[in-house]
Ligand binder design. Structure first.
Ligand code: ADP
Length: 177
């Protein structure tokens, strides 16, 4: 699928192996690392990413839900890691959808400022944070679409990396692959 001059790709796999300018991390607000994709990025990227996260934490006290910060990518093939904090899903919280939208939009805004041409997203909030996967996939794709349609940027490729079969199938259905 193409939006203006940007190709949207779908890949099943591990985001730490992808050669793009920027990968996005589904971080938590402490920025000190965690499980899931966050754990994998810090494990394979080495200690430099955590050191930079700690510096950001000292400067601004972590990262709020829906917002994003960036570091270099340490030992990973990417140049940058953009850390965004997805919402912890709960039935009662009607801000979930907006916050997840913000994660994708704010990550792309950082990518724009860094002048990156390729970026890969994991399925933010759909692991430990329990966001319903179909809803999360629709939000992810709509947020990316809206950014690409409305902003000037250098992005040639946006990749959705799905680690699990269910997310991969859902994205295939929505993107029509
Ligand atoms: P969250 O706390 O935002 O839910 P998780 O890391 O628990 O974050 O899960 C987010 C998504 O990342 C899940 O769909 C999970 O399957 C996926 N994931 C886990 N490890 C990796 C990885 N190495 N590469 C890409 N995606 C991953």
């Amino acid at each position: 699928m193409k939006i203006k001059n940007t190709t949207i790709e779908l890949i099943k796999g591990d985001i730490t192996t992808i050669e793009v300018d920027a990968i996005v991390n589904a971080a938590n607000s402490s920025l000190l690392g965690g499980g899931g994709v966050d754990g994998a990025i810090h494990r394979k990227g080495g200690s430099q990413i955590l050191e930079e996260c700690k510096a950001i934490r000292n400067r601004q006290g972590g990262c709020k839900t829906g917002e994003a910060v960036y570091t270099t990518a340490g030992l990973l093939p990417a140049k940058y890691v953009i850390h965004t904090v997805g919402p912890v899903w709960s039935k009662e919280n009607n801000k979930n959808n907006q916050l997840l939208t913000n994660c994708y939009y704010n990550s792309l805004s950082i990518a724009k400022n860094l002048q990156v041409t390729s970026i890969a997203f994991p399925n933010i909030s759909t692991g430990v944070y329990k966001f319903p996967k179909k809803e999360a996939a629709n939000i992810a794709i709509n947020s990316v679409r809206s950014f690409l349609e409305s902003e000037n940027h250098h992005l040639k490729t946006v990749i959705f990396i799905c680690f699990d079969d269910e997310n991969y199938r859902l994205y295939q259905e929505i993107l029509g692959d």
